[in-house]
Design a protein around this ligand. Structure first.
Ligand code: PGA
Length: 250
């Protein structure tokens, strides 16, 4: 009953001209997708990509948003700016932002609230590091990250968010969580949402897997009952690869 959602996270790749070329190649390849297709591009690429995807089934996203409406926050972009520029989705709390840019669960929550208030759909990233999994903290950690991120949203608002479970040790490493590991941890996230917000909310939230998802492993992951899509880094930078992930059911 949940529509799968496959999102590309381009990270710090593609100039505006390269971005335009990539989506232009992608458009015909994904036009029959049954999943929602999103590309989360560097903010500087938004205009070029928006123009190129007009009239197609590709949706536009970015990779971060600031939590204040305006003011002295050099280098940041507000939710209203992104919304007005035609952005629909925004990745929040990616592990690279947590690791390199001091993102915390508290700022992830503030950014989520700001995004939702402006009418953007957040893709909230949660996930454990290798040593946390080995120490047995995965479930507690993802529950905590998820519930803090959602704090302050209404039940209706939570139904519309997307969560990406991305084990940090699987990102960009070629190591993927097994289908069962990914399904189990996503089930833990959904159960935590159900305990706090009820079954209708938990059943509506789309929860993606992310971390070295590619054309080879996408089918197995997507066959799992709890996995509603993917957040794709490396494999989203080439149109043929990304389209194979998007068309996992064809
Ligand atoms: P990857 O990145 O697919 O290159 O592992 C996923 C992500 O960081 O969102």
């Amino acid at each position: 009953m949940r529509t799968p959602i496959i999102a590309g996270n381009w990270k710090m790749n593609k100039t505006p001209a390269e971005a335009k070329a990539l989506v232009s190649e992608l458009k015909p390849l994904v036009k029959n997708a049954s999943a929602t297709v999103v590309v989360c591009v560097p903010a500087i690429d938004v205009y070029a990509v928006k123009e190129e995807i007009a009239g197609s089934n590709i949706h536009l996203g970015v990779q971060n948003v600031h939590f204040k409406e305006s003011g002295a926050y050099t280098g940041e972009l507000s939710a209203a700016m992104l919304k007005e520029a035609g952005v629909e989705y925004v990745i929040i709390g990616h592990s690279e932002r947590r690791q390199y840019f001091g993102e915390t669960d508290a700022t992830v929550n503030l950014r989520t609230l700001a995004a939702v208030k402006a009418g953007l759909i957040p893709i909230i990233c949660v996930g454990e590091r290798k040593e946390e999994r080995e120490a047995g903290y995965t479930d507690a950690l993802v529950e905590y990250q998820t519930l803090i991120a959602l704090n302050g949203l209404s039940e209706e608002e939570i139904k519309g968010v997307v969560i990406a479970y991305e084990p940090v040790w699987a990102i960009g490493t070629g190591l993927t969580a097994t289908d069962e590991q990914a399904n189990e941890t996503i089930g833990v996230i959904r159960a935590a949402i159900e305990r706090k917000y009820g079954k209708a909310v938990a059943d509506a939230v789309r929860i993606q897997y992310g971390g070295s998802m590619n054309p080879k492993n996408v089918k197995g992951l997507m066959a799992q009952s709890e996995i509603d899509g993917g957040l794709i880094g490396g494999a989203s930078l080439k149109a043929p690869d990304f389209s194979l992930v998007v068309n996992y059911d064809k």
